[in-house]
Design a protein around this ligand. Structure first.
Ligand SMILES: Cc1ncc(COP(=O)(O)O)c(C=O)c1O
Length: 508
């Protein structure tokens, strides 16, 4: 455990308040020329912009300080639900190469043959892992892939003349909220099933709601508690029996990679997160991310366009698909993320991917054996006696009740030891004071021990000196953030000029 850790603190003014009039970094020859004559007079600046005047070294030092303050920790990060993993430097180097970085998606496909081949080959890899017939990489994240499914389901039922009747999408309370949200955004009514005594909704609950109004099931399995619904085949069968579709949110694929295939469980479609499970940098909500959406041939006509197809040894963009839902995102999506994922999958190989799944479950079991022994920390639903897969949701409810220290205090205090606070839970919190660490396949036993030692230490503090936890963090640049301030529009400003108008100069 790193007792001596302290984040760098530079007490640095914002860049707009740095500088000295007349100071310059680089002077470009010709910069003072009359090139501006091409700009119509009415559009020319009358006065230079109020930019900070800095030397190159000033700029470098300022941003290095900010980076040290914000990125300096890089501790053990067990950020759970959806598997945030290390991003191999090799993949970063690959996507920085001009062959990828300088491509423009509007180039003639003849000049994009290499990257289209990567897209096609990666599609084949995901077909192998899932059993699906076709993948697209246009969606900008997991939620965006779920939305793709909701649109595909809508188009599919519409083409069969059943959309007027099929108004309902069924999901479960432990599935990621994007399943319910994207179904609603696509115009469906959402039916959410509650948890049963075994940690997943009961089959009887599903039986009670499936009908000829069912458009699709949209569920994750295992859920974020790490509990696998063993009746999932039966779920899919029940939905198919009434003519509905079944979509597998495979964000929690990590613990079952190479061990089960969505198609063999009966699903019609599934999604994987390339920015998480497949080694790309984590970011969601449409950021530089990719939700890979795969489906059976029956749904393929409705996929967003263009599809990459191989014709006589060349790769073409196929947009001539009259039943397509159109576009979910521009062009082919975030291609550099697909390249990273392809590099990851090829580097791991089929055996490596399967082994990673097993290791991630083993690591979670190890984490469980250590955390169970810590005072005030309990698994969610402790009465459920099934092995969890790659993740377990924990509850700090007992600690909260006995000491007043809640799970957010614990996460804040973790930062004092150079450890990232993990994901707690999506809202609503079904489990009180929840925490969801995910050990994954990459951390060493020493790393996991360090993480657990920190939780042990915080538990000891909570029961002996709770104030030290409640007032944490103590060794970070910023102490506790006043969230209320962010709620007040009077304090908001989207530009420096607007900020100065509202608040004057910070330093003055
Ligand atoms: C199970 C599950 N599904 C979907 C998503 C949504 O993914 P994204 O954040 O990439 O939109 C997440 C993200 O946390 C998730 O955990």
């Amino acid at each position: 455990m790193r007792e001596g850790y302290h984040a760098a603190r530079w007490d640095e003014p914002v860049v707009c308040e740095l500088g000295t009039p007349g100071r310059r970094g680089v002077r470009f020859a010709g910069a003072d020329s009359d090139a501006g004559r091409h700009v119509p007079p009415g559009m020319r600046r009358q006065a230079p912009p109020a930019l900070p005047e800095l030397s190159e070294h000033d700029v470098l030092r300022h941003y290095l300080h900010l980076a040290q303050e914000t990125l300096g920790m890089l501790g053990v990060s067990l950020f759970g639900t959806c598997t945030v993993k290390y991003n191999p430097r090799l993949s970063e180097q690959l996507v920085a190469r001009p062959e990828i970085a300088e491509l423009h998606p509007a180039q003639d496909p003849e000049t994009l043959q290499g990257v289209l081949e990567i897209v096609h080959r990666f599609d084949l890899i995901l077909r192998e892992l899932s059993g699906m017939d076709r993948f697209v990489f246009q969606a900008g994240g997991g939620a965006s892939a779920a939305y793709t499914h909701a649109c595909v389901a809508r188009a599919y039922h519409d083409a069969r003349g059943e959309l007027g009747r099929r108004r309902e999408v069924i999901t479960t309370i432990q599935s990621h909220p994007c399943n319910a949200a994207t179904a609603a955004a696509a115009g469906f009514d959402v039916v959410t099933l509650p948890l049963g005594p075994n940690g997943y909704p009961e089959l009887a609950a599903l039986r009670a709601v499936v009908s000829d109004r069912t458009a699709s099931l949209m569920v994750g399995n295992p859920d974020d508690m790490g509990i696998y619904n063993p009746e999932i085949r039966e779920w899919v069968r029940l939905v198919h029996d009434v003519g509905g579709l079944a979509f597998y949110d495979h964000a929690n694929f990590n613990g079952v990679m190479g061990r089960l295939r969505a198609r063999e469980l009966g699903f019609d479609a599934c999604m994987y997160m390339l920015h998480k499970t497949f080694g790309g940098p984590k970011s969601g909500g449409g950021g530089p991310a990719v939700g890979a959406y795969g489906c059976t041939d029956a749904l393929a006509p409705f996929l967003p366009v263009p599809l990459v197809a191989e014709v006589d040894g060349a790769y073409v963009l196929d947009s001539d698909r009259p039943q397509s839902i159109g576009k979910i995102r521009e062009y082919l999506g975030n291609i550099p993320v697909v390249v990273r994922a392809y590099a990851w999958a090829r580097g791991m190989g089929a055996d490596g991917i399967r082994e990673a799944a097993d290791l991630s479950v083993l690591a979670n079991n190890y984490l469980t054996s250590r955390l169970e022994a810590i005072r005030g920390v309990e698994t969610s639903h402790p009465h459920i006696d099934v092995p969890r897969l790659e993740m377990t949701r924990w509850s700090f409810e007992r600690m909260h009740a006995e000491t007043g220290v809640g799970v957010t205090d614990v996460a804040n205090r973790m930062a004092d030891f150079g450890i990232d606070g993990p994901w707690l839970s999506h809202h609503p919190w079904l489990v009180p004071e929840p925490m969801t660490p995910e050990a994954g396949e990459l951390w060493s036993r020493e790393d996991l021990d360090e993480w657990c030692d920190v939780i042990q230490r915080i538990s000891d503090e909570a029961y002996s000196d709770p104030e030290i936890v409640r007032s944490a963090p103590h060794r970070q640049v910023v102490r506790q953030v006043d969230h209320a301030a962010g709620e007040d529009p009077a304090g908001w400003a989207t530009t420096w000029r607007a900020y100065r108008r509202k608040h004057g100069s910070v330093r003055a």
